[in-house]
Design a protein around this ligand. Structure first.
Ligand code: NAD
Ligand code: TYD
Length: 338
């Protein structure tokens, strides 16, 4: 019997993690703390809202007073921090909120963990803290020892948070773990990210905006596999340790877009090459040897199955993403893509 505090649980990966834990550990109490920014959606959590062992609290992780009150009343055993500003393009437009949430918010959570005591604080980080790899060196991968070398305000803010976690472990003995995962895809991903954006545009017969030539490589992981890895780390992982999570599934953006078009029966003429992202990372690729050796984790979902399930989910849940694309997100979309 434990109580998990899951921050950012109304977003993409956090909500999937709540569903994963609800299923896997029905005896646990789950508390979700989320600010409900543009990326947070209470509708997503509808399946657990009536559950007596689930509680939703709207709060900002950077609001020290609110966070301390939540720790005081809820007394979580384990904290898993998903809450973040997560979109690279938005961080290029407006870095400030990334520092506020990703760095200052993490610091508030770490302070709360020190003050009230927890068994574990887990920081959900990203492989983007390692910077990028060149396209002509397929032999190179990110390991836990790869130096931090960030490119975007987003990755810099995530790296800052990771360094704070390490500092709180070394200086104050806080029992932290950090995971650095590659790109996720699956149900409930906000349609500003590559895969859901391309699915939504293809279904509406709108242009599919590919940055540059579309040759950048990402290492895609089905979201449920990420959730399984985090569950293993918080229960069996070594305190103070970083775990890279990824499944050797590198793909070029242009190939992903073509797969989506093919599966939806839409023409490749919808592909539109647009101005490249500033500072665009070329390639991400994780070496998952350590988490496999230490915790026995391996991804369970093959890309062919994961992308089919994901596309089917967006077809079956049009209301969920159509509400988003027709809401305030429209202003962002028009600003970004014209
Ligand atoms: P998301 O943008 O879909 O969700 C973020 C959630 O955090 C939202 O519910 C939002 O309301 C909440 N939030 C934002 N600021 C907050 C604040 N100040 N206080 C409380 N809640 C706040 O993001 P995601 O894709 O689910 O990513 C979750 C975590 O995983 C992030 O930390 C991200 O850096 C990391 N990550 C994501 C990926 C990916 O491919 N999506 C890969 C690796 C790591
Ligand atoms: P994204 O989903 O934003 O994730 P990240 O930048 O964190 O890896 O983008 C994935 C890749 O897709 C990245 O190389 C940028 C590219 N991309 C496009 O080509 N067009 C788009 O409209 C978006 C949002 C991304």
């Amino acid at each position: 019997m434990k109580k998990l505090l899951i921050t950012g649980g109304a977003g993409f990966i956090g909500s999937n993690f709540i569903f994963y834990e609800r299923e896997k550990r029905p005896e646990y109490d789950l508390v979700c703390l989320d600010k409900l920014t543009y990326a947070g959606n209470l509708e997503t959590l509808a399946p657990v809202m009536g559950d007596p062992k689930f509680k939703f609290i709207r709060a900002d992780i950077a609001d020290r007073k609110a966070v301390y009150e939540i720790f005081e009343t809820e007394k979580p055993d384990i904290v898993v921090n998903f809450a973040a500003e997560s979109h690279v393009d938005r961080s290029i437009e407006n870095p400030a909120v990334f520092l506020e949430t990703n760095v200052m918010g993490t610091q508030v959570l770490l302070d709360a963990c020190r003050k009230y005591g927890v068994e574990r604080y887990h920081q959900v980080s990203t492989d983007e803290v390692y910077g990028d790899l060149p396209l002509d060196r397929p032999d190179l991968f990110f390991t836990e020892k790869t130096p931090i070398h960030t490119s975007s305000p987003y990755s810099a803010s995530k790296a800052g948070a990771d360094l704070l976690c390490n500092a709180y472990h070394r200086t104050f003995g806080l029992p932290i773990t950090i995971s650095r995962c590659s790109n996720n895809y699956g149900p409930y991903q906000f349609p500003e990210k590559l895969i859901p954006l391309m699915i939504a545009n293809a279904l509406a017969d709108k242009p599919l905006p590919v940055y540059g030539e579309g040759l950048n490589v990402r290492d895609w992981l089905y979201v449920e596999d990420h959730c399984a890895a985090i569950d293993l780390i918080i229960h069996n992982g070594q305190v103070g340790q970083v775990y890279n999570i990824g499944g050797h599934n590198e793909m070029r953006n242009i190939d992903i877009v073509k797969i989506i078009l093919r599966q939806l029966g839409k023409p490749e003429s919808l592909i539109t090459h647009v101005t490249d992202r500033k500072g665009h990372d070329m390639r991400y690729a994780i070496d998952p040897t350590f988490i496999h050796a230490e915790l026995g984790w391996l991804p369970a979902t093959k890309f062919a199955d994961g992308i089919r399930k994901t596309i089917q989910w967006y077809l079956d849940n049009r209301g969920w993403w159509e509400n988003i694309v027709n809401g305030e997100y429209k202003t962002y979309y028009e600003r970004m893509y014209g």
